[in-house]
Design a protein around this ligand. Structure first.
Ligand code: UDP
Ligand code: MG
Length: 137
């Protein structure tokens, strides 16, 4: 069993797609272990994306991620990290297959509807960034 961290980003949350995305998670067989909605501050968004701090898109990404509420989730299942990345599709929503979440709900390389951890180490960091042990029983 593996856990991964997922976000419905501000674009998809504001457009009312959180429910549709949760439905896809449940159809896929991944278990929704924990979920909460929150509106990130600038400091929180910078902390979450610290690995990208030197990238040219960092400032714009932080602005996007703080523009409205998000839904933060922990998903569990065998190979959960890869399964969730496959459901999301590639980073650039304009190139993502139509059946993927990013292809369905995203509109650009930045405004791509969802986030997913890319490795066990990042999943552990990201889950701990948003959820306490008490919320993950
Ligand atoms: N991003 C962007 N421009 C880029 C690459 C990424 O705005 O050229 C944004 C996009 O929202 C992406 C996030 O930064 O989801 C994190 O980038 P990463 O390369 O980690 O992509 P992901 O793991 O989300 O597919
Ligand atoms: Mg990434």
């Amino acid at each position: 069993m593996e856990r991964t961290f997922a976000i419905v980003k501000p674009d998809a949350f504001a457009a009312g797609h959180a429910g549709g995305i949760i439905a896809k998670i449940q159809e896929s067989g991944l278990k929704l272990v924990a979920a909460k909605s929150l509106h990130l501050t600038e400091a929180q968004a910078k902390g979450f994306y610290f690995v990208h701090a030197e990238r040219p898109f960092f400032g714009s990404l932080v602005t996007f991620m703080t523009e409205g509420p998000i839904l933060a989730m922990v998903l569990e299942g065998e190979n959960a990290i890869k399964r969730w990345r496959d459901l999301m599709g590639p980073t650039d929503a304009t190139k993502a297959p139509k059946e993927t979440l990013r292809g369905t709900y995203g509109t650009s390389i930045e405004r791509n509807a969802t986030h997913g951890s890319d490795a066990p180490e990042t999943a552990a960091y990201e889950i701990g960034f948003f959820f306490s042990g008490l919320e993950l029983a």
